[in-house]
Design a binder for this molecule. Structure first.
Ligand SMILES: [Ca+2]
Ligand SMILES: [Zn+2]
Length: 212
């Protein structure tokens, strides 16, 4: 009998640590009637206008798309649709663009304008605009005074899936953590929770029973 309080404590610790690690650290978004907001397809193309962006923007943009595409447990693919000259976001044209434009230095580094059907939750347009009022970099090693566009875009593409911001300080290593820091390239790579998020929304059906 002496041992029983110890066992209880152990179980509590075990349960609480299990609970913390298994609780979803990704956030999906739902319509008022409870439908998950997401694409109704698993391949989404972006047309890119690199005008106004730093050198090598296109490579950084494609790398960010590839990061989500590469998740083996998800069927989702971002693809490069080709160049565009547009800088006008139009949430109703069904054409997804990535472009660079000055939005004022108090505005965020980038914004993703996502449009979905309020009833079904089907997403049909995402236009991402980088704010050139901030210093942006597409270099392999991001300078301390600039925002890394590959990191910022990997995060914004997470919103395009649709994954929501994570606000807790304990999530600051994750791609969906809300805050962008200068010189930071952490969000280029996905955390376990980011991977779980895309895999939950767009599972890979053929993976069932295979080795990965
Ligand atoms: Ca559009
Ligand atoms: Zn965000």
């Amino acid at each position: 009998m002496k041992k029983s309080p110890f066992v209880v404590i152990f179980i509590v610790i075990f349960v609480s640590s299990f609970w913390c690690s298994s609780v979803f650290a990704y956030k999906v978004k739902k319509t008022k009637n409870g439908n998950i907001i997401k694409w109704n397809k698993n391949t989404v193309a972006y047309y890119v206008n690199t005008s106004g962006g730093p050198p090598d923007s296109l490579a950084a943009i494609q790398a960010a798309m590839q990061t989500w595409t590469n998740v083996p447990t998800s069927s989702f693919r971002f693809v490069y649709g080709g160049p565009t000259t547009s800088t006008v976001r139009n949430p109703n044209d069904g054409i997804n663009i990535i472009c660079f434009r000055k939005m004022g230095n108090t505005a965020r580094v980038a914004r993703n304008y996502v449009r979905w059907n309020k009833e079904s939750g089907e997403l049909f347009d995402s236009d991402i605009v980088f704010n050139t009022a901030h210093k942006l970099s597409a270099a392999d090693k991001c300078p301390e005074d600039s925002y890394d566009i590959q990191s910022v875009l990997t995060h914004e593409l997470g919103h395009a899936l649709v994954l929501n911001e994570l606000y807790k300080q304990t999530h600051n290593e994750k791609t969906m953590y809300w805050k962008e820091n200068k010189g930071d390239t952490k969000k280029r790579t996905l955390d376990r929770d980011d991977i779980d998020g895309i895999s939950y929304l767009y599972p890979e059906p053929e993976r069932v029973g295979s080795e990965k």
